[in-house]
Design a protein around this ligand. Structure first.
Ligand code: FAD
Length: 475
């Protein structure tokens, strides 16, 4: 008898219950047990045309059926090796990738690519399986040998230790180059360290990944703000090539009342909570005072992460977004999670003014209801205001989780560097800027995307840098 197709009996990861998890920054998605992982792996049909389905859905084209097959064979080291051929950080991507829009969104159990039909069944839990494999290797103590080429004598500076910079450094180190990583903050990881709350991404595993890089020979220089502590021009003179991966961490505010006391940018809030340990203080004395009620403006990952954090500080949390859930860029399941934990989400609601008292302290946000109109240039329906629907949400603080853009400090001293009209760095298909020896990738190039996309940029740029450095040597 042939294998029956298990469309619907997908294993779901156990979770801490909402009433428990909104009191702790501990990870709430608890991961598959061995038996759950084996059972879930067996749901995969190992489609012959997987490269047109899940593999294509993954921005770094992980050989998904390949690693799942290894799980079914009980070869977790083999599964891990298969994943890291393209995705350096399985434990991280398994946790934070929006899989429903990527690999899982094109799984044949869910999406019939032939008949173009969605919701046929439930996709294989690819993200949870990837996380399982990564976590297994991390806690097993098994050392995975990294192949390393002979030293080339070439030196590369990486500016910014986020996923783009770290993955670029990884390949360059394996190919025998010396890599120095300059990071403004006291910790490596970029958004993975200062932005995403530990409730979604445990810091132990991030530290483990950084250790992997250090073992390969990466040298970190923390507290170096390139453009201030050291100039980019200086790095270009001292190194054979420079990779710029400074992200897009500059928040922009910009509505009436944004000067009031109690208005914060999302990055400021997340940094204070994650790097200044605000979560370890009693509420009244945290290094961030959100008061009793906060309004978060935005509809992406950043807004959701601010909500996760505010809820855990015991603050009544409202999220205001001018579009709908379907058009938001955050993960579907994260909206469910924060809602279960008590966040109030106001869809199709546009803030128009922040209101303050006579002492300039925030007392509320004036909003207007929206409805969907004609599509804009990106094809998404444009929200339009509903007349006479103004209303006020009372609050003690406001967090802006919108309008992230690159901070030019690192490269503003470089005369003639080409930027796009959005202020991101312009690169060619090899991630080369118009400045000799200067490459760039990640959010500083795409204006804000995903961890896995940053990894993909970092690795492609590493290949281009290697070719650039070795041109003469290999000729
Ligand atoms: P970053 O991660 O931003 O790293 C840039 C690094 O450069 C930082 O460490 C910064 O301190 C450093 N730097 C900046 N300027 C300088 C300078 N002048 N000198 C030296 N160092 C400098 N994506 C997902 O896939 N899943 C998620 O769940 C998710 N959640 C997110 C939550 C938040 C709050 C945010 C803001 C983004 C989230 N994203 C998520 C998007 C994702 O994190 C980014 O796309 C990704 O981190 C970009 O990587 P990067 O390496 O380009 O930049």
């Amino acid at each position: 008898m042939g294998k029956s197709i298990r469309y619907l009996d997908r294993n779901t990861e156990p979770m801490l219950p909402p009433q428990e998890r909104n009191k702790t920054f501990r990870e709430y998605a608890l991961g598959f047990s061995v038996s759950m992982a084996l059972d879930e792996a067996k749901r995969c049909l190992f489609c012959r045309d997987a490269e047109k389905r899940c593999i294509r859905g993954c921005p770094v084209n992980v050989d998904i059926p390949g690693f799942i097959k290894k799980i079914t064979e009980g070869d977790l080291v083999g599964a891990y090796k298969k994943i890291i051929e393209t995705d350096l950080f399985p434990s991280i991507c398994g946790r934070v990738c929006p899989q429903e829009r990527q690999c899982e969104g094109s799984c044949i159990l869910y999406y019939d690519t032939v008949k173009d039909r969605k919701n046929k069944g439930l996709p294989v839990s690819i993200g949870a399986l990837e996380k399982f494999v990564g976590d297994f290797i991390r806690v097993s103590g098994i050392e995975i040998e990294e192949e390393k080429r002979e030293p080339t004598g070439k030196k590369v500076a990486v500016v910014g230790a986020g996923p783009a910079g770290l993955s670029c450094a990884y390949d360059l180190l394996r190919w025998g180059h010396e890599v120095h990583i300059y990071e403004a903050l006291p910790k490596a990881g970029g958004v993975m360290a200062y932005g995403i709350p530990p409730a979604r991404l445990d810091r132990d595993l991030l530290d483990w990944e950084i250790e992997r890089l250090k073992k390969l020979g990466a040298k970190f220089f923390f507290g170096y703000v390139v453009g201030r502590t050291v100039s980019l021009k200086d790095l270009l003179d001292r190194y054979d090539a420079v990779f710029l991966s400074v992200g897009a961490g500059r928040g922009s505010l910009g509505i009436k009342g944004d000067h009031l006391i109690g208005v914060y940018s999302a990055i400021e809030v997340l940094m204070r909570i994650n790097l200044m340990h605000a979560k370890d203080f009693p509420l009244a004395s945290t290094p961030i005072n959100l008061g009793k009620r906060t309004v978060i403006i935005g509809g992406g990952f950043t807004a959701v992460d601010c909500a996760i954090s505010a809820l855990r500080l015991g603050v009544e949390t409202h999220v205001v977004y001018r579009r709908t859930r379907e058009t938001s860029s955050a993960r579907d399941e994260e909206w469910d999670h924060i809602k279960e934990e008590g966040a109030m989400i106001h869809w199709l609601t546009q803030p128009i003014e922040i209101l303050g008292d006579e002492k300039n302290r925030v007392i509320g946000v004036k909003c207007i209801k929206m409805q969907l109109g004609e599509p804009d240039e990106s094809g998404r329906p444009r929200p339009v205001a509903i007349p006479n629907s103004e209303h006020i949400i009372e609050c003690d603080s406001v967090i802006f989780a919108i309008g992230q853009k690159p901070n030019p400090i690192a490269y503003e001293d470089i005369q003639g560097i080409e930027l796009t009209k959005w202020g991101t760095i312009k690169v060619d298909e090899h991630f080369r800027t118009n400045i000799e020896g200067l490459f760039a990738g990640g959010d500083v190039v795409n204006g804000g995307d995903t961890v896995v996309r940053a990894i993909s940029h970092g690795r492609k740029a590493a290949k281009a840098i290697d070719e650039y450095l070795m041109k003469e040597v290999r000729r």
